[in-house]
Design a protein around this ligand. Structure first.
Ligand code: BJ8
Length: 422
């Protein structure tokens, strides 16, 4: 990583604080990832990307900017990546998964703000995230109240554009969202200084769909029982998908899937045939937040599937590739993204139904619902999810956490839950 110091300095980062952050990550990765037995060989690509997370990919972003391209930061799966790509941009995810500069963030945010928002602000204030420092524009969205207000604060430090996401999915909400997608197109055109061409948008839709198809193939392989890949590995891949080159990521995920298909055919698995199969539900888990998945899997179960934004919710919707004009393609993009079932919507029965379907499709024995403290949408929606699961006879463990090290307490509860399932 020494070779990248000049690049980080040129980005205006706080090198001392950044060195401190980089020192913490490898031992954590070793403990959570490299200690797993029987990992698929093709995970080596994703391990490499993680080890180069502030190096290789940032160099690509810098080169892209030198060649006249833009970098656009996002915090939510509702921001259409296709539009950013078609405008000559690269989309990067900026959600934070670790407590960084909490004292600094506390100067701006109340204590009862979710850890993800505090972390996202902390990374910016501390100057330790090269993705942030590479961005020409940050695109926020009116999802939860905490994020809405966070973007107002963030605009003191960066160029921020906020999309208005409706809270319902009626006809007038769809109309509003379609207009918002058009407004984002205009903002991105202003940023790049050129109009988004139909040919570029069509290509971008295909590129992002190919990434989704690869991730859906991987998701399909997680139905294999006993499992051929750990939930931790799947989580890492999905986290990396937010920032890696989408074309390369699709190739690497497909190569991994080919290996997993062979494993499945030979009956090779991770864990054991008797490991309880868990569905992980709730709030997004940004890098390096692997805590709950790690606790579940080191307690003898397997995270067979998830329904989180750093998981299925990110790639479970393809955009129609048949449309012709830019306007028609924007219609398809708007429609497809509004299918995402985030808890910020009301009513949100589709999320409950989707969870029930996943339980059947993935032969789930129990659900671990992991919500971040102070996240109203997901903590409150846990009631409806729990009620529906109870009616179906599926046990659910509700875990409320943040980014502190409470693994010990969570492990005690997870182990008791697994005992009950067994
Ligand atoms: S589509 S989950 S990425 S909004 S955890 S900041 S909701 S208080 S992140 Fe999200 Fe988009 Fe929905 Fe996904 Fe607020 Fe909750 Fe914090 Fe959250």
């Amino acid at each position: 990583m020494d070779e990248y110091h000049q690049m980080w300095a040129d980005l205006g980062m706080n090198l001392e604080a950044h060195d401190g952050l980089l020192a913490v990550l490898p031992p954590l990765f070793e403990q959570v990832y490299l200690s797993q037995e029987g990992r698929p060989a093709r995970m080596s690509y994703f391990d490499m990307v993680f080890s180069e997370i502030h190096g290789m990919r940032i160099k690509e972003l810098v080169n892209h900017k030198k060649a006249g391209g833009t970098v656009v930061g996002c915090y939510c799966t509702y921001v259409p990546e296709e539009l950013i790509l078609a405008s000559g941009g690269i989309a990067v995810g900026l959600c934070g998964g670790a407590d960084v500069a909490p004292e600094e963030a506390a100067k701006y945010l109340p204590a009862n703000t979710c850890a993800l928002i505090k972390s996202a602000l902390g990374f910016k204030l501390a100057g330790v995230c090269p993705y942030y420092e590479s961005c020409d524009l940050l695109v926020g969205e009116t999802t939860c109240d905490g994020k809405k207000k966070f973007y107002e604060i963030l605009s003191d430090f960066a160029d921020v554009y906020v999309m208005e996401l409706p809270q319902k999915k009626n006809e007038r909400d769809r109309k509003l969202w379609r207009e918002e997608v058009g407004d984002l197109q205009a903002r991105l055109e202003e940023l790049s200084g050129k109009p988004i061409e139909a040919g570029e948008l069509k290509k971008a839709i295909k590129v992002v769909n190919d990434k989704r198809r690869a991730l859906l193939r991987l998701a399909g392989l997680r139905k294999t029982n006993p499992s051929v890949i750990s939930g931790r590995d799947a989580l890492l891949i999905n986290q990396i998908a937010f920032n890696d080159d989408p074309r390369r990521l699709a190739v690497k995920v497909n190569e991994l899937c080919a290996e997993l298909e062979k494993r499945a055919a030979k009956g090779d698995s991770i864990g054991g045939a008797t490991s309880p199969r868990i569905l992980l539900a709730g709030c997004p888990m940004a890098i390096p937040n692997w805590k709950v998945a790690n606790v579940i899997e080191t307690s003898g179960a397997v995270v067979a599937m998830d329904e989180i934004c750093t998981g299925l919710r990110y790639f479970n919707h393809l955009v129609d590739e048949g449309s012709g004009s830019v306007d028609e393609m924007l219609d398809s993009i708007a429609e497809s993204y509004l299918d995402i079932d985030c808890a910020v919507f009301t009513p949100n029965d589709e999320r409950v139904e989707n969870i029930l379907s996943l339980v059947d499709d993935y032969a789930i024995d129990g659900v671990v619902y992991a919500a971040l403290q102070s996240c109203d949408p997901y903590t409150v929606e846990a009631y409806k999810v729990g009620k529906a699961l109870e009616a179906k006879g599926v046990p659910m463990l509700y875990v409320e956490t943040d980014y502190s090290d409470d693994s010990g307490q969570i492990a005690t509860r997870v182990q008791a839950f697994l005992e009950m399932i067994r």
